[in-house]
Design a protein around this ligand. Structure first.
Ligand SMILES: [Zn+2]
Length: 705
């Protein structure tokens, strides 16, 4: 049956089968989802008259085998009615029954970073001291590698924490995404904590997320985590730990907040296998007595959170029409990796002309900030704004929101249950060991056979730098114009959210160690705009947000800015595009000039441009040639127009020139006008002459977008 004839059978079908062809066809683990009748696939009968397909099932009726089509795939995975697919744990992991839940909340004021006083102490704890161990989770070490998984993990009775009738705090982390290995009480109100390395490794201690009960209000407690392995940390640049109080949530509707005093990150006297350990210490007063509280490295976002979110989409009669959720594959613990196909349902065959955009997240499980950006993106793209509809009309979005659910479930920071960083294994042929990245690459490869992929972006968190920024790929072996063109999208992002996204922090190169990353592999497969987006765990050094932490709403807003920049990038009116390209060319010239002058000992270091500084009016105190250049860029930035202004430009220019077709949607311009009719106007300070100048400007690579 051809795709077209099949389409006719489903008049209300939403997204063509072509776009669902990326699933794990084998579906070997989903036996519980297969039709309950005793069915054989045509393939298994070996009848030469049947095509070798797994899509036809044979049913024994009235003494003969009758073929029928398998049920549509969306019956697998996210159920629209039944329970969520249960989370599976390595069999030996202890998991408490209690379900941990947090309310959504955004502080009404920006939360400032911590300013060190210089008086912070650096507690060092001797190894041999006989202290009181108040929490110890050793179940993780029962096996050297992954053996098999079970819903709910270990089924033997859980080791109960010691009931304290005194004022000793009680700790717990045996819940989804929890991570805490050991707690030692070293003084009446002082605790020394150890976090668990990634399961089946001895490394990657960074993520922590644990519960504290039996609290006393008004007492200064000190917590020190003693086994971090990274020498540098944002905790030394003002980042504060996150804290959540159930009583605060209940009484005042307050969720996760930044807390802590005397925060310090330092090298300590511990170590293992020739590596030094680093400590994070902070002091804190709990707001309530007998409260249940949590501390975390970043806003938790669990696999269950994702499944609930996807279920809500599936249960929504509107959003489920243009967002199809499928199982891309299963992890080695047999948890599901989901892939979302988002596009406007088309009943004709035009869908092949739509270009694709690919977004993935959470390959590194401890980088929860990437899930919040992903949530912001999905909220926006599945929303009812005209711009979102325009994007859905124009593109097919393929989204893998959580590439490493196993790691997320067990509270890893970086690895999968193979004990490996999946984002170094995109080139691996080991489908069984690294299924999610293998199937993602395969899905993209097949997609590229059918349509152009204009952008791939993998979302991450960054532990040493502030702001949000991107890594792209080096184009030095390609033509210069291509090299600069891949910087246009990040530059547009920096202009659309100058207080969060830093263009100057973006890097465009391919290090040897990064050759197995999604970004490099997709770029080598031919996706010109192939990015890793890195979001700080801390906050911003830019504009109005300078010196404050990012909260979940800030992260979610990046999802919107991503969409907005995509519209800019593909706008048939190429003004912004060429303006960005021109800026990049100018920057390149100055950087080259700097290289030339390096030998003559002329200090033009400042010309290593801080473009986002320019966007917010420059925070540079230097007064030199670079300052002049930055000011020039500032004025250029103002030349970028709001959508409304751009649309008026489009209207005034439509009769005078021909646009290069980028998004191949005849009605895009018109739709775009409607989309942005409610956008507030700002003061355009660019003359039409200037705009026309851009269009008259010859540019040899117009067709390369
Ligand atoms: Zn990462």
């Amino acid at each position: 049956m051809s795709e077209d004839s099949e389409k006719k059978d489903y008049s209300d079908r939403t997204i063509s089968d072509e776009d669902q062809s990326d699933e794990d066809n084998f579906m070997k683990f989903v036996s519980e989802d297969i039709h309950q009748c005793a069915l054989l696939t045509a393939n298994s009968v070996g009848d030469p008259f049947f095509p070798r397909t797994t899509q036809i099932l044979l049913e024994y009726q009235l003494g003969r085998w009758v073929p029928r089509l398998r049920e549509p795939r969306d019956l697998y995975g996210v159920s629209s009615s039944g329970p969520l697919s249960p989370t599976r744990w390595p069999y030996h992991c202890e998991v408490i029954d209690e379900k941990v839940q947090h309310i959504d909340w955004t502080p009404s004021y920006p939360e400032p970073v911590y300013i060190p006083t210089g008086l912070e102490i650096e507690p060092l704890y001797p190894n041999y001291k006989e202290d009181t161990v108040v929490y110890l989770a050793e179940d993780a070490y029962k096996e050297p590698c992954f053996v098999y998984s079970r819903v709910g993990g270990n089924r033997t009775p859980l080791k109960q924490p010691v009931d304290n009738y005194d004022n000793t705090l009680m700790f717990e982390a045996r819940f989804e995404s929890g991570n805490l290995q050991k707690v030692v009480k070293v003084a009446e109100y002082e605790y020394q904590l150890t976090v668990r390395p990634d399961l089946f490794t001895s490394k990657h201690t960074q993520w922590y997320y644990f519960q504290v009960t039996n609290t006393q209000a008004g007492i200064v407690y000190r917590f020190t985590i003693i086994n971090f392995t990274k020498p540098a940390s944002l905790y030394n640049r003002g980042m504060r730990p996150l804290f959540y109080s159930e009583k605060e949530a209940k009484a005042h509707n307050i969720g996760w907040q930044r807390i802590g005093d005397q925060i310090k990150y330092y090298r300590n006297n511990q170590g293992q296998e020739g590596r030094h350990y680093f400590s994070l210490t902070w002091t804190f007063q709990f707001p309530h007595n007998k409260d249940t509280c949590y501390f975390a490295h970043c806003y938790p976002y669990t696999y269950t959170n994702l499944q609930e979110y996807l279920s809500s989409i599936n249960n929504d009669s509107v959003r489920s029409k243009f967002c199809k959720i499928r199982v891309l594959c299963h992890t080695i613990a047999r948890n599901m990796v989901y892939v979302l196909t988002i596009t406007t349902p088309l009943k004709n065959a035009d869908s092949r002309k739509q270009k694709a955009v690919i977004l993935t997240a959470r390959v590194h499980p401890g980088e929860t900030n990437s899930s919040w950006i992903m949530k912001g993106f999905l909220d926006y793209i599945l929303g009812d704004s005209s711009d979102a509809q325009l994007l859905r009309d124009t593109f097919i979005f393929k989204v893998v929101p959580m590439l490493n659910p196993d790691g997320v479930i067990v509270g890893n920071y970086r690895c999968s249950l193979a004990g490996q960083d999946l984002n170094r294994n995109y080139t691996s042929v080991l489908k069984e060991s690294f299924p999610s990245v293998w199937y993602t690459r395969n899905m993209i490869r097949r997609l590229m056979e059918k349509r152009e992929v204009i952008l791939y972006c993998d979302l991450h968190g960054h532990s040493r730098k502030e702001n949000i920024f991107m890594y792209g790929c080096d184009g030095s072996d390609r033509c210069k114009a291509l090299y600069l063109q891949q910087q246009i999208f990040p530059l547009m992002l920096s202009k659309n959210c100058p207080d969060k996204f830093s263009f100057s922090a973006c890097k465009f190169n391919v290090q040897k160690s990064k050759e197995g990353t999604g970004r490099v592999v997709m770029w080598k497969m031919g996706i010109k705009n192939s990015f890793t987006m890195e979001a700080t765990f801390c906050g911003s050094t830019l504009g109005n947000k300078r010196g404050t932490h990012f909260n979940t709403k800030d992260l979610e807003s990046m999802g919107y800015h991503f969409c907005d920049s995509l519209l800019d990038y593909c706008d048939p009116d190429r003004t912004k595009y060429y303006q960005c390209l021109k800026e990049l060319e100018e920057m390149e010239k100055h950087i080259n000039l700097e290289k030339v002058l390096e030998d003559s000992d002329t200090s033009l270091k400042e010309i290593a441009l801080d473009l986002e500084s320019s966007s917010r009016g420059s925070d540079s105190s230097e007064s030199n040639e670079s300052q002049t250049y930055l000011l020039k860029l500032t004025s250029q930035k103002k030349h970028l127009k709001t959508k409304k202004e751009r649309n008026s430009t489009i209207a005034s220019n439509q009769n005078t020139r021909e646009e290069p077709e980028v998004c191949d949607k005849g009605h895009l311009v018109q739709r775009h006008k409607q989309s942005n009719s409610d956008v507030k106007a700002t003061n355009p300070d660019v003359s039409d002459d200037c705009i026309f100048d851009y269009f008259r400007r010859p540019f040899p690579n117009q067709g390369l977008v």
